[in-house]
Ligand binder design. Structure first.
Ligand code: GLA
Length: 398
């Protein structure tokens, strides 16, 4: 099926684009702000995407046009700098800079992009854009990325296709995209978003252990629907607040004499409470609890015990609200409304917080009632229109 990135390409450049890539958004199912604490997290790649289409060009120029913005962004391969008028292109330039830093050679290209991931919903449109960029460049200018540089580029087969990425190559690419976001965009995010978008598997939960960077897939099948409720708010200073939370967790770990909060058990934390400032304790309490909930949540999922799993989701949200303090009144309201609806198995904020969306596990037979009740109650209380969206769990970027 032709997507809108391909249509835009054809319209601008008069021919069908020879290369395309796509990367899904993700939902954080359980395990909040655990990733940069070397912790555990469960995520889903879902059927909202960044699509890109492209073709190489010979003059060293890069032009990227998006269906979401009127002006294309043009720059040269050797001049990768921020343009305050096109902040969306920072994710692309950040990735190109990282590729170059890894010793990967690429020339100019024309590219178009189209996104179906709602912006500001906390569904990782940024990670998807980074990955779609990296994969599109790989198709135009084949490369093999490693953690520290690059290896022999892959050969195309008779049809011109490249071999699929191996798991270690995927992990190196996820790290490269994370570095683009950390160093160029300035958000000190962990690896959750990039790993989930790349390692996603249809009908499966992506389970990530951020200490050894192992990834496992657990089936998510049953009479449940995954529903996203977008609060419609995104509070200012999100990047600054995110970075502060990360610093707080890291200073807590330092004071506890460990490399990361992953090494701390709940009992140890309580025993050593006085070594931390009250805020450090709250942050650590949340992260340590989240790691535990992922362990127990995993057991519940493997036993097909969605009811139990849902309870961990509610607890996770309460911990965000009361301890980590990365919720906001609109997200709390969405979770409260969901919890009171008989169709809801579990609900919590998903992702960084301070606005964005909640993820809800909903009993399939009552899905419609849930959607209608949530939409009308939320609008009535906040004046913000909201359409609960059902997401399908899909394969990762390619
Ligand atoms: C954002 C970041 C992730 C992760 C989540 C919170 O999505 O990009 O790395 O920290 O917040 O779990």
């Amino acid at each position: 099926m032709i997507n809108e990135a391909q249509l835009l390409f054809k319209k601008r450049y008069g021919h069908t684009p020879p290369f395309q890539s796509q990367a899904p958004g993700r939902l954080e199912l359980l395990g909040n702000h655990t990733d940069y604490n070397q912790g555990l997290v469960m995520a889903l790649a879902v059927d909202r995407y960044i699509f890109m289409a492209g073709a190489p060009r010979g003059d060293g120029k890069i032009e990227v046009a998006s269906t979401a913005f009127p002006d294309a962004e043009s720059f040269s391969v050797s001049h990768l700098e921020k343009n305050p008028r096109a902040p969306w292109a920072d994710y692309i330039k950040g990735v190109l800079l990282q590729l170059r830093g890894h010793g990967i050679a690429f020339g100019g290209f024309n590219a178009t992009l189209h996104g179906t991931i709602p912006l500001g919903a906390g569904m990782s449109s940024s990670a998807a854009l980074e990955l779609a960029t990296a994969l599109l460049v790989r198709k135009m200018y084949p490369y093999t990325v490693t953690d520290t540089g690059c290896a022999q580029p892959p050969a195309r087969d008779k049809t011109g296709a490249l071999p699929v990425l191996t798991s270690p190559q995927k992990m190196s690419l996820a790290k490269l995209c994370q570095a683009a976001e950390n160093q160029f965009v300035g958000v000190q995010c962990g690896l959750l978003d990039q790993i989930s978008s790349l390692f996603g598997k249809e009908f499966h939960v992506v389970q990530i252990d951020c200490r050894d960077l192992s990834v496992e897939h657990t089936p998510l099948v049953g009479e449940v629907a995954v529903v996203v409720c977008h609060s419609g708010v995104k509070h200012a200073l999100v990047a600054g607040q995110y970075n502060q939370l990360r610093q707080c967790c890291e200073s807590a770990a330092r004071k506890l004499g460990v490399q990361s909060l992953r090494q701390i058990e709940p009992r140890q934390l309580t025993a050593q409470k006085t070594r931390l400032s009250p805020r450090e304790y709250e942050c650590a309490y949340h992260v340590v609890g989240e790691n535990q909930r992922v362990v127990f949540g995993d057991r519940a999922l493997r036993a097909d015990d969605f009811e139990q799993f849902g309870q961990f989701m509610f607890q996770s949200h309460e911990s965000s609200r009361d301890f980590f303090k990365n919720s906001c009144p609109e997200l709390d309201l969405l979770v409260d409304l969901a919890r009171r609806h008989p169709a809801c198995i579990g609900a919590r904020l998903s992702g960084g917080g301070f606005g964005g969306a909640t993820i809800n596990l909903v009993r399939l037979p009552q899905l419609k009632e849930f959607q209608e009740a949530m939409a009308s109650a939320y609008e009535q209380k906040t004046g913000i229109p909201m359409k609960p969206a059902v997401c399908r769990v899909v394969d990762g970027a390619g």
